[in-house]
Design a protein around this ligand. Structure first.
Ligand code: HMG
Ligand code: MG
Length: 310
């Protein structure tokens, strides 16, 4: 028997330094964050979201974004990106040499208000100058759509509502969209409904990443369902760090090690070393002083033949 429809390769976008660390009570020194990013690059990750150029009052954990970027050694083929909420954020990101930036909208009004203090339409209007500035600088823009499956304030979200915002972001000039299960409520059937809505809205698979949080343990099942539909780009966070400070109940992101273990088992190539990512996670775990929850991170490598024999 075979699992049908799997792609040969998948892209993993590492969001731990941003999505993970934005939600930690402990604020790590910039040098520790930069070392984390370097270790993730060493592991073979080629897309790493380093930080956010947002208001330091809103996300104090990432107020040192400039310093973290300054400490990074540029590497051929590695894209260091950052979140930017507005033109001011773009200016800061470009000054730091960010190779890609991400704007972020939501599928629901209540979350949008809490996260960026604006309606969905207002937030998209704010992105117009960001997209123009990024185009002029030759920097591609990713567009996030949060609460695409469920909202902490409004509950279930209509698939078409999320797809509409994705479409708007592509029309505005985003190179790709990342569809977020911010509070980790999706299950595979609901994911397939979401993917159908994206297709109906004309959002191409090749320009879509999926961003699952693993709050309820369904993220890997959701990845498998998406892979079988030909989606091959996933966001994850080393060690399972993560959450969102403006989404009560948001658990950690899908752990990068869990995603890699699944993809390796399925024979889907990523070019990333699972053990390399574990090493990066161990470093950040030590610095945070609390155990990270990623399952494969905790379990370690699967036993080899003859191991653990009495
Ligand atoms: P505001 O308070 O409405 O805006 O915030 P403002 O324009 O009135 O600015 C307030 C102050 O912030 C001013 O400073 C600005 O200069 C400053 P003051 O005059 O009071 O001293 N400011 C900035 N400073 C530095 N960099 C900037 C910047 N912009 C304004 N770029 C704003 C509006 C959008 C700025 C604010 O709401 C904000 O920063 N929100 C960010 C929230 C956030 O980062 N959330 C987490 C990321 S989203 C997420 O995690 C979901 C995702 O993972 C996908 C998923 O899982 O769903 C992506
Ligand atoms: Mg997230």
């Amino acid at each position: 028997m075979e699992l049908a429809g799997l792609p040969a390769r998948a892209t993993v976008t590492e969001v731990g330094p941003r999505d993970g660390l934005q939600n930690e009570k402990e604020v790590l020194p910039a040098a520790v964050k930069a070392a984390f990013v370097e270790a993730l690059s060493d592991a073979g990750l080629r897309e790493i979201e380093v930080s956010s150029f947002v208001s330091p009052k809103w996300v104090p954990q990432l107020a040192d974004a400039e310093e973290v970027f300054r400490l990074l050694r540029p590497r051929e083929g590695v894209v260091y990106s950052a979140l930017v909420p507005n033109a001011k954020g773009l200016e800061r990101a470009l000054a730091c040499g960010a190779k890609r930036v991400a704007v972020f909208a939501a599928a629901t009004e209540s979350f949008s208000r809490k996260n960026v203090n604006a309606s969905v339409a207002e937030s998209i209007e704010r992105f117009r100058p960001v997209l123009e500035g990024a185009r002029a600088a030759g920097v591609p823009v990713r567009g996030y759509v949060s609460t695409a499956f469920g909202c902490p304030y409004e509950g279930p979200v209509a698939p078409a509502a999320a797809a509409r915002v994705c479409r708007q972001l592509l029309e505005l000039g985003c190179a790709e969209v990342s569809v977020g299960d911010t509070i980790g409520v999706a299950t595979p059937r609901r994911v397939l409904e979401g993917l159908e809505a994206l297709e109906a809205a004309g959002v191409p698979r090749e320009r879509t990443a999926l961003h699952f949080h693993d709050t309820r343990g369904t993220a890997l099942a959701n990845v498998l369902a998406s892979l079988q539909e030909g989606y091959a780009s996933f966001d994850s966070s080393a060690g399972g760090l993560g959450g969102c400070p403006y989404a009560p109940g948001a658990g950690g992101n899908l752990a990068t090690e869990d995603l890699l273990y699944l993809l390796e088992g399925l024979g889907v190539a990523t070019g990333v070393s699972l053990e390399g990512v574990r090493a990066a996670s161990r470093g950040v775990e030590r610095a945070l002083g609390r155990p990270l929850q990623g399952r494969v991170f905790r379990a370690g490598p699967a036993p080899k033949p003859g191991e653990n024999q009495a």
